[in-house]
Design a protein around this ligand. Structure first.
Ligand SMILES: *Cc1c(COP(=O)(O)O)cnc(C)c1O
Length: 383
């Protein structure tokens, strides 16, 4: 299969090579000064007090739950319309993911459904800012405060977004970010936690490195001194090479987000102009969308055929996401049958994501839209 328009392409180059070369010329490859610089830069961008560099967003969600003492016997309310990591991180902490349905027009967690699912065992809410559109954080924060719950944002799709004047991390107790290969900034694999509480940030730094109270960078700076293991911890610390890859991308992040917004607007206009029989998620007022993905919603009957026909025309596509409560392991372990979450299931059965990345030439939008029109028309005729 020849893909003429890829689903995604990163834009890493000379600036990132130079930044990595600088780390390689120094003594500390693991967590050190470059990570500290990235953390300061990332926190400042978000207007948050503290960022803690991690090896993944999955680890960030897990560690946030651990830091809040959430585990065995506890329930954590989240969405089935997400990547599996949101739920597996909750399982890693020993808690139970309790899924609730999403808004039909956005795919984001429905605050009313969240409140209806709260029990005496509920300890936290993990909203996912799906596709780059923030959840209604003001509503979720109010619900959490009424019931004494933590809010841990899965902001893997949404560094640049804003809603009702709040950015990711502003209203949550912690916000978790991913620097996985296809995310807005990337170091191949990586993540971060953003929090506003200094004690919590210090605890997260312990928990991300085995519960050790000294790091390799401390030894380099101060010479060897005995360290102690003061807590049970994990191995989730971001290293200087990852941070070096990320720092130059911070300079392009706003421009790249604007670029994706322009591509998304072109997609919307051309899909409407051609009258293609697909639905698009609804815009939300007082919101800046981070445009991590550009999904279109076909009918469930033709989705897989449309995916196949687009790929046959050389257009890279991905499905984000099939509702995760129906995936074998989670269905067997959590026991939610089909029909449990009609909105998430409808989106999961009908969604596909079109190519979207900052270096995508704007005239490729017309090529993709023409391929989509042909794919949809062909699939509808075949039914
Ligand atoms: C990518 C992603 C994750 C996982 O991120 P990693 O850094 O790969 O652990 C979690 N949640 C969502 C919604 C994602 O898209």
């Amino acid at each position: 299969m020849t893909t003429t328009i890829p689903f995604f392409a990163h834009d890493l180059g000379a600036a990132e090579l130079a930044a990595v070369a600088e780390v390689l010329a120094g003594p500390i490859l693991t967590t050190g000064e470059t990570v500290a610089r990235f953390e300061a830069r990332f926190a400042a961008y978000l207007g948050a007090r503290h960022a803690v560099g991690m090896t993944s967003c999955t680890g960030a969600i897990h560690l946030a739950l651990e830091a809040f003492g959430i585990g065995d016997g506890d329930e954590v309310i989240t969405t089935p319309m997400t990547f599996i990591a949101t739920a597996t991180a909750i399982l890693q902490a020993g808690a139970r993911p309790v899924f609730v349905d999403v808004e039909p027009t956005t795919g984001n967690l429905d605050p009313a459904a969240v409140e209806a699912a709260i029990t005496s065992r509920t300890k936290a809410i993990v909203p996912v800012h799906l596709y780059g559109l923030m959840c209604d954080m003001r509503a979720l924060r109010a619900i959490a405060d009424r019931h004494g719950l933590k809010v841990i944002e899965d902001a893997a799709h949404c560094i640049e977004g804003e809603r009702d004047g709040a950015r990711p991390g502003a209203l949550g107790d912690a916000a978790c970010f991913s620097f996985y290969a296809t995310k807005a900034i990337t170091c191949g694999e990586g993540g971060a936690l953003v929090v506003n509480d200094a004690d919590l940030a210090a605890r997260l730094r312990l928990l991300r490195l085995h519960g050790m109270n000294k790091s390799a960078a401390d030894r380099q700076r101060e010479g060897y001194q005995h360290w102690d293991m003061v807590e049970f911890g994990w191995k989730y610390n971001m290293d200087n090479i990852q941070a070096a890859l990320l720092l130059p991308q911070m300079e392009r992040m706003e421009a790249n987000c604007e670029r994706r917004a322009a591509l998304a607007e072109a997609y919307r206009a051309q899909i409407r102009a051609r009258g293609i029989d697909v639905a698009l998620p609804s815009p939300v007022a007082r919101t800046r969308h981070a445009h991590h993905l550009f999904p279109v919603w076909t009918s469930a009957a033709i989705r897989d055929d449309v995916v196949g026909a687009l790929q046959a025309q050389g257009v890279g596509v991905v499905v984000n996401y099939r509702a995760i409560h129906l995936l074998s392991y989670l269905r067997d372990r959590l026991g939610y049958p089909r029909g449990s979450f009609p909105n998430a299931e409808r989106i999961g059965d009908s969604t596909l994501s079109l190519p979207l990345y900052p270096t995508m030439p704007i005239d490729h939008v017309a090529v993709v839209v023409a391929a989509l029109e042909k794919a949809v028309a062909g699939a509808e005729v075949a039914r």
